[in-house]
Write a protein that binds this ligand. Structure first.
Ligand code: SAH
Ligand code: SF4
Ligand code: F3S
Length: 462
């Protein structure tokens, strides 16, 4: 399409934003836009933003500064540029964004993306900025165009949005609204469409995905386990994952699914945030360290080789050395395959931001370093334990070196191997020969007669 308008979508934050960006791009493509990754070429720039920590939110304004320059340069050449801010900063700050950065034509909250093309036209014809941060009644997903072409063999699929948990540090309940689950029928239809386009692994997304309770096909509601059970029956859908889960919603049927559903991958991201009961209570997590350990034991009983991942916050208000030691202790007790660590960041409007005893930056930095070191060691050991095993790898894309492909193991590790491009999108047994902190390397296993799935052969977390 010569002369078609070009759009650049830049994504910050979590996988739900990645998913939303794809859907937004598809909606704009349906309106005749083509994607570009060159800012100077873009007739429309969309920033899909994240508000979770101060640094994430600040990035938006530095990006907008650069975009304003390019917009002026393009205008000097007689070319218009529209700028939209979407996502959680849009929801949290609304019209404040336009006051701080008049370059912005449209501010659009996460629930209104289906209206984006219309609102962009409105902004252009009225020659003024439009701010849309309502939580509309209608279902944005069902109003967006059907899924476009698959980019890789793996895809995200949002099944649940919002959160009612109100952890005292977190902005998500304010930016994404109350918990909402899509219907099983809508999710099945989207998964089938993805599979028809070559997708074989789907990661079900939700801010609180294991609280999923969507309308089931036969009336009543389905749990996440019920949804997984239904999706596993789709031919050609080989692998299922889900994220992010809250420990409070890890129900028996979901744990059991890890034991009996071979398509459900043995990897679970289960944020714990802290190992101190005092901190967990102040965070309003509604579970203790002992509850978390008991839960991990039940999950491992169901699926002994499961790889566990988690999130930690260091320097939550009032965190003492003893609280931090409790965090290090829970790391040692559980043994994580992977983890994300964050310094507590005070967020406007959240209860923790107003708490006394904010922890000094230097203390947060020191604790973060110590925690990361401990977790890095565990991750390295977890990866090293895979050396010598043959694991099924779903190849997703070409690697950096000629002839190299990159895929994922069942445990979500990146795996590099020299392999024919024809194997892209296929699940292939790979013998693991090497391991690093962040990835594995291997060769296509000599005999392709290996069992399709490693099942419960067992891999220690340590
Ligand atoms: N819904 C998910 C994750 C939400 S945000 C859950 O319940 O765990 C992802 C992670 O960001 C959180 O798990 C938490 O570790 C971190 N996070 C959230 N708010 C934060 C804040 N104010 N400061 C630092 N880290 C934060
Ligand atoms: Fe935020 Fe807590 Fe909800 Fe997760 S469970 S999104 S951390 S409020
Ligand atoms: Fe960020 Fe919003 Fe996701 S605040 S982490 S983009 S839900």
């Amino acid at each position: 399409m010569p002369g078609a308008k070009k759009v650049l979508v830049k994504t910050f934050g979590c996988q739900m934003n990645v998913y939303d960006s794809e859907r937004m791009t598809e909606a704009l493509e349906a309106e005749g836009y083509r994607e570009t990754d060159v800012l100077e070429e873009a007739d429309l720039v969309v920033l899909n933003t994240c508000h979770i920590r101060e640094k994430a939110a600040d990035k938006v304004y530095s990006e907008l500064g650069r975009i304003r320059q390019v917009k002026e340069e393009r205008l000097a050449l007689g070319r218009e540029t529209q700028v939209a801010v979407a996502g959680c900063v849009a929801q949290a700050e609304g019209s404040e964004i336009v006051s701080r950065a008049p370059v912005v034509d449209l501010v659009i909250g996460p629930q209104s993306y289906h209206r984006m093309p219309d609102l962009l036209r409105q902004a252009a014809s009225d020659r003024r900025s439009v701010v849309e941060t309502q939580f509309p009644e209608e279902e944005k997903f069902e109003r967006l165009p059907a899924r476009g072409k698959a980019r890789t063999a793996t895809a995200f699929l949002t099944v649940q949005e919002g959160c009612d948990k109100f952890c005292t540090f977190c902005v998500v309940p304010y930016t994404r609204g109350m918990e909402y689950s899509r219907s099983v029928a809508a999710i099945v239809a989207e998964a089938e469409a993805l599979v028809a386009r070559g997708v074989s692994e789907v990661t079900l997304l939700g801010q609180n995905v294991n609280a999923y309770h969507g309308a089931s096909e036969g009336g009543g509601t389905a749990s996440l386990a019920g949804l997984i059970d239904r999706l596993a029956r789709i031919d050609g859908l080989e692998r299922l994952r889900y994220t992010t889960s809250h420990p409070r919603d890890m129900t028996d049927d979901l744990i059991a699914a890890h034991a009996h559903e071979p398509k459900l991958m043995p990897f679970l991201h289960l944020p714990v945030q802290s190992g101190s009961d005092r901190m967990l209570a102040a965070m309003n997590r509604k579970h203790t360290a002992a509850d978390y350990l008991a839960l991990v034991a039940r999950i491992r009983k169901a699926r002994p080789d499961i790889a566990l991942s988690t999130d930690f916050i260091v320097g939550f208000p009032g965190e003492t050395d003893a609280d931090f030691e409790a965090t290090l202790k829970i790391v040692d007790t559980v043994g994580f395959a992977q983890a994300y660590t964050f310094k507590y960041s005070a967020r406007p409007g959240t209860p923790a931001a107003k708490m006394d005893d904010q922890v000094p930056e230097s203390v947060k930095t020191e604790r973060l370093f110590r925690l990361q070191q401990r977790l890095d060691g565990q991750q390295k050991r977890f990866n090293a334990a895979c050396v010598g095993r043959t694991v099924p790898v779903l190849f997703e894309r070409a690697g950096r070196h000629d002839g190299q492909l990159i895929g994922r193991s069942p445990y979500l590790q990146a795996v590099h191997a020299f392999a024919d491009e024809a194997l892209l999108g296929r699940i292939v047994p790979v013998e693991i020969l090497g391991s690093g902190p962040n990835s594995l390397s291997g060769v296509i296993a000599a005999s392709a007669t290996h069992d399709k799935f490693p099942g419960h052969r067992g891999i220690a977390a340590e």
